[in-house]
Design a protein around this ligand. Structure first.
Ligand code: FES
Length: 150
């Protein structure tokens, strides 16, 4: 899919949660991989972040786990790899009361505030007080790079 809008690329360091934004005019055709469906959206992303954000590398997300990438103070993205080569991205903000989810526990996305659990493949709530799924974020894998499209 060609990129026709302004492209913003952020370089991320997952371990520290730091993301640096930089402009980039290059258009790269994504490789066909299974990612979050294109219809997925997240509504709390600030308008100034609209575009492509380089979150990090596929090697930052182990199979069966998840890694949080702090884009800015208002948006943290959780990328999961529920099966080898299948990556999903969600807003890390719990839909119960807004805590940032802890990560993957016992094959589920866990929120430490009140015990909500979510499916790491779909983001749907599976236990606890949350009744709505985590906000999905469109994700593209290009080579070993993880791009959020917001
Ligand atoms: S905020 Fe996550 S369970 Fe309450």
């Amino acid at each position: 899919m060609p990129v026709t809008r302004r492209t913003v690329v952020a370089s991320g360091i997952a371990a520290t949660g730091m993301v640096t934004l930089a402009a980039c005019a290059a258009e790269v055709e994504p490789e066909p991989v299974e990612t979050t469906p294109p219809s997925a959206t997240v509504d709390e992303a600030p308008q100034e972040l609209a575009g492509e954000i380089l979150l990090g590398s596929t090697s930052d997300v182990m199979v069966g786990s998840g890694t949080k990438f702090m884009v800015d103070e208002s948006l943290t993205i959780l990328v999961t790899q529920p099966k080898e080569g299948v990556f999903r991205a969600f807003s890390a903000k719990c839909t119960h009361a807004g805590c940032i989810v802890t990560g993957i526990r016992d094959d589920e996305i866990a929120c430490g505030c009140h015990g909500a659990r979510f499916n790491p493949d779909s983001g749907e709530p599976v236990a606890g007080p949350a009744k709505s799924p985590l906000g999905k974020i469109q994700l593209e894998v290009r080579g070993s790079d993880l791009y959020a499209l917001i």
